[in-house]
Design a protein around this ligand. Sequence first.
Ligand code: 16G
Ligand code: ZN
Length: 527
Amino acid sequence: HSIEQAVASSSRAYVLPPGFRPSYGTAGFRAVADLLHSTMFRCGILMAARALKTQQVTGICITASHNPAPDNGVKLVEPSGEMLCQDWESYANDLATAQTDAELAKRVMALLAAEGIPATGPALVMVAHDTRPSGPELAAAFADGVRCLGAQVQMCGLLTTPQLHWMVMSRNLGAPWAESDYYSALAGAYQRLVAGTQPLGQPLYMDCANGVAAPKMAALATALAAAGTPLALHLLNTGEGVLNGGCGSDFLQKDRQLPSNFQGVPPGARCCAVDGDSDRLMYFTPLQEAGGRALLFDGDRIACLSAMLLKDLISQLPPAAQDVSVGIIQTAYANGAASRYIRDNLGCSVEVTPTGVKYLHEAAHHFDVGVYFEANGHGTVLFSKTLLARLEQLKEESRAAFELLALAVVINQAVGDALSGILLVEAALRRKGWGLDQWAALYTDLPSRQLKVTVADRAAIVTTDAETRVAQPAGLQAAIDAAVAAVPNGRSFVRPSGTEDVVRVYAEAETQDAADGLAAAVARLVH
Ligand code: 16G
Ligand code: ZN
């Protein structure tokens, strides 16, 4: 068969490194870049098959996100702009782990047969990469895989992960989809959202993690100025230093220390940080005290601010249109104070899912508006098609409907997007005339502690109830319960990491000492 032969012969250039067993993981394959050529080639075949199956455009972002610069990885994009559907993850593993060219070709044929995919036909896959040096080479390997199935490749070059997701989504909707359309759509919607409000007094200091966010935020800033709503911005860590090195949202969240080059930024200043592919966002401010510590405004706090803005707008809709369900999706990592604030003060329902964007994103679809953010800053706000259609009908008579529609454009509907998240936060603060003080005063985080524990086999720990409880090994949960019961307002859980060979421990309590003590006690139980 000609496809089988084409796969087997092209595959010769992309040998699976001996001993390398790629595994799809939480967000896609990730490893040291040197190992990934065969994985990329095979993902190319996979995404061409997905495009042939759906008769729509698919995509890939080549990135290892917040991980070190020598690493790389894939984020695979569905026609909807969402992450690859979970049913296909097993195909991804099948192809990535085939030991020989012939075995790979056989598995490709099995996939095509199982999915009833016509052997050839028009299909297109879009490819982007972040600033990692290995990006262009890995993109070329991916493209070779796509071409094996007779599909076409569009090389989009350097983009943020959420930009490529947005472009795939928009293209399949028949909407303007170029990179420049992304900037003008976001900037135009932001302008509609903040019209008639005063700019925030201070500039925003942005930590670009020495990655792709730097040029892309600069381009967005140009579009914002052109739309008549310039954003006063200081971009730092724009690429002169190491990607994600001593900077970026992950560093900030783990260390709660100021990123490199923020030592001169005045205490109280409004700052934000993104990660290497710009799909995570944290706000922060330098604390007055010495030691270079930062006060964080994490994903939970961004979720609260978003929910508040939504609630405000929904309450201004015509009375008959106000029955809009707003749900907040969190993981077990959400600070207990945030969850309580959402339930008691905002009156929204809270749903908890396992860690990983794909789980939160799916749950967000259960509501007219689903707000999901992981504490680490991954997230977005999804509007249902039904709600959008209702708002379209109301937008002439209701300013709030018009503004909610603008909000749905500002906030990337495909996937969490740090650049669009910045506009969401800025618009929410601006509309309230708030500084960081008022935002911080919504609630006080319970002190928390995260630890990682290295164990012989992390798969021995199996969790249930959205990772909040341990099902196996027997007895561990009872022991955790006993440790938690000894601490006033304590909460703790453990879970095997989906991205590192460790078990993660989380604890929170009324004081930092108590949270530290509880985390240490639970870590000892895991050993
Ligand atoms: C991945 C996930 C992120 C999650 C993290 C947890 C996506 C796009 N990314 O980076 O959402 O928070 O894994 O890592 O889904 P862990 O399992 O090592 O704690
Ligand atoms: Zn990322």
